[in-house]
Design a protein. Structure first.
Length: 281
């Protein structure tokens, strides 16, 4: 029998995208799926969409929460799956993802995090890009570089029990902070060369807004797990308006060239891994 997989979708006023997200989960046709929707009290058409598909949910609720991390944590309190993941309400799974994960994780009692590739896309601009997590996993340190694309990440319930819930004080780096905590506990991370999800880029996307607030929070995570000097250098670099302007130009370049330009123009104490993190952001 295939293991039960629990997927939690946190959502707030994402009616433009929520239905596609839901269909990408229930459309997997996975026979032992436990799907949980945690809505933060949406005032758009989200509840109409949720009611439309509520027969497919093991649990759903709508009401105020303390943010995305809080919604996800509460969702997992209802979970009974052996394999867990969350899928944000503007992302999607590719066909066959859950079957692949179920067959790949042979022993669901093992503390393991499995993550695959993800295709980033912007429907308006026609932009697409694809990650290469196997290469990133070989060369980068997750405690310095957040190279895991969250919607393509799954883990056993044992991991959740060992690491604990997401930090509800974090808005932008909640998944990265959780990965760092898992790594420090010796959890096994396994990258697979398999395209598992679609990551939607759009104007209202959280990771694309409030840039300086997001950068400050990521620097705070650096400070928690590394030295104050690293956090200071990271923050100083990312908040430099000249850097912001150059980065806009360099986004059209291939990653290796972007890295070389950044290293040649700015002298500071950031390591190669931190450069890579800056470029991946």
């Amino acid at each position: 029998m295939l293991p039960r997989i629990t997927i939690v979708t946190p959502s707030l006023n994402q009616g433009n995208y929520l239905e596609e997200t839901i269909l990408s989960v229930i459309g997997q046709g996975y026979p032992n799926l436990e799907y949980i929707i945690m809505d933060g009290g949406s005032t758009d058409n989200s509840l109409d969409i949720i009611h439309k598909y509520e027969g497919h949910f093991a649990h759903w609720e709508s009401g105020p929460d303390e943010g995305q991390a809080d919604a996800i944590n509460k969702g997992f309190q209802f979970s009974t799956g052996a394999i867990l993941a969350w899928l944000n309400s503007d992302d999607m799974y590719l066909p066959g993802t859950l079957n692949y994960i179920a067959k790949h994780i042979r022993n669901t009692l093992d503390p393991i995090i499995v993550f695959g590739n993800c295709r980033l896309f912007n429907r308006e601009t026609k932009f697409t890009s694809e990650s290469d997590v196997e290469s990133s996993h070989r060369t980068l340190d997750i405690t310095l570089v957040d190279y895991i694309i969250q919607p393509s990440c799954f883990w056993t319930k044992t991991v959740w029990e060992m690491v604990g819930p997401l930090n509800i004080d974090l808005v932008y780096g909640l998944d990265w902070d959780w990965f760092i905590r898992a790594k420090r506990l010796g959890i096994d991370f396994e990258a697979v060369n398999k395209l598992l999800s679609l990551y939607r880029l759009h104007a209202k996307q959280k990771s694309g807004t409030d840039g300086k607030v997001r950068i400050t929070e990521l620097a705070r995570i650096y400070k928690i797990y590394h030295s104050d000097a690293i956090a200071h250098d990271y923050l100083k670099l990312r908040l430099n308006p000249v850097v912001e302007f150059i980065e806009k130009i360099m986004r059209r370049m291939r990653v290796p060239w972007r890295k070389r330009i950044m290293q040649s123009l700015f002298l500071h104490n950031l390591t190669d891994e931190q450069y890579d993190h800056i470029i991946l952001m």
